[in-house]
Design a protein around this ligand. Structure first.
Ligand code: ATP
Length: 572
């Protein structure tokens, strides 16, 4: 079962889930906006009439335009300035590249680029930031951050984004996807007509967790530090909504948000979608997993017609392809290397343990590491320990602290300030061990993390790929140690395949997505069934025993025990 975020819980069963919950919040009559499916095709006038209508029966999920206490005159409302899709051109040198040269560079950068047959060809990759012809301020900030040359995904995704195209981008963890969408986003905003007080943002980035959104916003600020006029807002749950409200109302060029909180602001009329022309869905597959699909669809449906959309993740399950078919226009699909495969920068180890000895084994491992580090005069290497459940997270962190190790815990059950403090301590290396649930598995970029330990293996291959990807980033190397028990056998066989393939120099890609996950579960159950049948058979020697009903019971019992999924989820 996928996790249902709190604001969607208890929603009535309906085809348009979002509108149900939201509409009940918004309108006493609970009537939905029957037109919202057609927003996309509305001309500006209709849209704004709708937005400023006082009739409850017409209340959309959120206003397409911002509602101010003193409603501006209609003429002002209709004057939403036109989005500018700049006639961006790369350097002369790059423009002269012929298709053969482009192919050659793509091959070298391990890039797989596809467009559908009826869309225009994709722009070629650009191997130097200079040839991207960016605003000089951005160039200065790129230099300041010592990015000397684009990574593979950046080389190809940036020209696509800069030329106004839609993009589906997939590249391994730690390969620089953030800058690949951030830098073109800033460039995009710079050429738009200026925002005025009361305008919504020009660009929106949605990410699945608060921590990731905060990190992305830092990156946006990093590449716009020389551009004083460019304002950004971070819009996530668990933090002061008042501050966000006034920031949004004053007007920002870029909003980086988690979907739930952003929708809250739309509903309150603190911001609008009317000027958004650049949208990024980062870790898009996770947002769908978390149950944010209705919110995302609602936002996508309500965007102004002229906009570009970029979807990014290190794993691309089939669900994403469905979403992209619906909301991307003539997209370019960019994949670097094998999609949905663990990064080869991380050496992976599997350790078989029993459930009850896990914590002792972890302590042994870490205490040993600590004494090694001390011997060599190194600080304890930054380590993330992933566990399945929130409660276990605190338990493990406490056990580590009791052993004299420095550890903090990060999970969705902690308050936002605790979450921030934990991550801050870890980022600044004042704490060397972070014990976390999957809330930390996606996108977090902490320099110096050299070890990822899975105390409990995750349920899916995707989560495994993202978790171990917290180390071995930006070309560095790292190690991953995974404890496993009998119940993890299916995932373990996948990991073994990945290890073998990494050793032989081929990255292996796993089928991902809901269908693949169901198959994984079925295969795991079949595996278990076969084992049980075998052990019964060997144990009793009595072939006549009908064990079928018994093991069916055992299988359901184990399966239901594993349904602690919601417990390990988070509260954004
Ligand atoms: N061109 C570059 N040169 C040097 N370092 C870079 C470059 N691009 C990105 N980096 C650094 O690489 C690290 C990883 O980048 P980023 O966090 O964007 O990875 P990602 O692909 O989004 O990973 P994940 O899938 O885990 O979210 C960051 O610390 C970033 O600063």
């Amino acid at each position: 079962m996928s996790y249902v975020p709190p604001h969607l819980r208890n929603a009535g069963s309906t085809t348009t889930t979002t509108t149900t919950t939201a509409a009940t919040r918004l309108s006493s009559t609970g009537t939905l906006d029957n037109n919202h499916h057609h927003h996309h095709h509305h001309n500006n006038n209709n849209n704004h009439n709708l937005a400023f209508s006082n009739s409850h029966s017409n209340t959309p999920l959120f206003n397409a335009s911002r509602r101010t206490s003193a409603a501006p005159p209609q003429s002002r409302i209709n004057a939403v300035p036109d989005t500018v899709f700049p006639n961006w051109q790369p350097s002369e040198r790059v423009s002269r590249m012929n298709p053969d040269m482009i192919e050659e560079v793509r091959l070298r950068l391990n890039l797989d680029v596809t467009v559908s047959s009826d869309s225009p060809a994709a722009p070629g990759p650009i191997e130097s930031f200079n040839d991207m012809c960016l605003n000089p301020s951005i160039m200065k900030d790129i230099a300041y951050h010592e990015y000397t040359r684009p990574t593979s995904i950046q080389a190809q995704a940036m020209p696509i984004a800069l030329s106004g195209r839609d993009l589906l981008g997939c590249a391994e963890t730690g390969s620089g996807k953030t800058a690949a969408f951030t830098i073109p986003m800033i460039q995009h905003c710079l050429v738009q007509p200026p925002i005025r007080r009361g305008d919504g943002p020009l660009a929106l980035v949605l990410a699945p967790t608060r921590e990731l959104a905060q990190q992305i916003e830092k990156e946006v600020q990093a590449f716009s530090r020389s551009l004083e006029s460019l304002k950004t807002a971070i819009v996530v749950g668990g933090t002061n909504i008042e501050k966000q409200r006034s920031e949004l109302r004053a007007g920002v060029e870029i909003a980086v948000a988690t979907p739930g909180r952003f929708i809250d602001h739309l509903q309150q009329g603190n911001t609008s979608l009317s000027r958004i022309s650049y949208v990024v869905l980062d870790e898009a597959d996770r947002m769908l997993d978390m149950g944010f699909e209705p919110q995302i669809r609602e936002i996508m449906r309500s965007l102004p017609e002229k906009h570009q959309t970029l979807l990014f993740s290190a794993t691309m399950p089939v669900e994403i392809e469905a979403l992209s078919k619906e909301y991307l226009t003539n997209p370019v699909q960019v994949k670097v290397g094998k999609v949905s495969s663990p990064t080869t920068n991380v050496s992976q180890t599997l350790v078989k343990v029993s459930e009850s000895e896990k914590i002792d084994r972890l302590l042994d491992l870490l205490v040993e590491e600590a004494s090694q580090a001390e011997k060599c005069g190194h600080p304890f290497p930054l380590t993330i320990v992933f566990v399945e459940r929130k409660t276990r997270c605190d338990e493990v962190a406490e056990a580590l602290v009791a052993q004299g190790l420095s550890a903090v815990s990060l999970h969705g059950g902690r308050s936002q300030s605790e979450r921030e403090a934990a991550l801050h301590d870890f980022r600044s290396s004042s704490t060397s061990i972070l014990v976390a649930t999957d809330v930390a598995s996606r996108g977090l970029d902490v320099t110096g993390v050299s070890h990822v330990i899975n105390l409990d293996l995750p349920k899916t291959t995707e989560d495994y790929i993202h978790r171990i990807g917290r180390t071995g980033r930006a070309g560095s190397t790292g190690i991953a140690t995974s404890f496993y028990t009998d119940r993890d056998m299916f995932l373990v066989s996948n990991i073994r395949k990945a290890i073998a393939d990494a050793e032989s120099g081929n990255a292996v890609a796993f089928a991902t997505g809901k269908v693949a996950r169901r198959k994984e579960k079925e295969a795991a159950a079949a595996h278990k069934e076969a084992n049980i049948a075998l052990s019964r058979h060997l144990g009793s020697g009595a072939a006549s025993i009908n064990i079928e009903d018994k093991y069916r019971f055992m299988i359901t019992a184990t399966n239901s025990k594993r349904e602690g999924a919601a417990d390990s989820a988070w509260d954004d």
